[in-house]
Write a protein that binds this ligand. Structure first.
Ligand SMILES: [Zn+2]
Ligand SMILES: [Zn+2]
Length: 157
């Protein structure tokens, strides 16, 4: 996924880039197209990119094992400097870009930020009721009698 910086005059520009996860070689859980809205701030010294990427992802809920789809939005900033002396070794978002290379490829950065955006905890909804530990019923869809039975057993003894 790239654009040619030489297509733009100095100043602010907005572009939208779109490519499928297959073309970008981005694996699961991402599916479909990645749409990136990019604000380009170009100057003689550097190009500053504020990007917002949007992509659908398929997950399996940690609580109920159901599959669900969610749109993940990833924001990141990249700074491409034309002079290698301006690269800040402490800031990984600042990279040297040879001025003679028109093409600015954001695929690698995009992939990295997208993989970081995958949530650790996967829930189909905030209030997912999960599975019954006794009978395995999905409590989002059905009510089982396990709890009731357990209560009855308790009363009998
Ligand atoms: Zn769930
Ligand atoms: Zn049950």
């Amino acid at each position: 996924m790239f654009f040619k910086y030489t297509d733009f005059t100095d100043g602010l520009h907005q572009i939208q880039l779109k490519k499928s996860v297959t073309d970008l070689d981005i694996g699961m859980p991402f599916v479909g197209d990645v749409i990136v809205n990019c604000n380009i701030d170009k100057s003689v010294r550097q190009i500053v990119l504020h990007c917002e990427a949007e992509c659908n992802a398929e997950f399996t809920c940690d609580r109920c094992n159901d599959k669900y789809e969610e749109t993940l939005i990833v924001e990141f900033t990249l700074i491409k400097v034309f002079n290698s002396n301006n690269v800040d070794p402490n800031d990984s978002s600042v990279e040297y870009h040879p001025p003679e290379v028109a093409k600015v490829d954001i695929s690698k950065d995009l992939k990295e930020f997208m993989s970081l955006s995958v949530p650790m905890k996967k829930l189909c909804s905030e209030d997912c009721k999960g599975l019954c530990v006794h009978c395995g019923a999905n409590l989002n869809y059905e009510k089982c009698n396990c709890e009731l039975n357990a209560a009855n057993e308790f009363e009998k003894s």
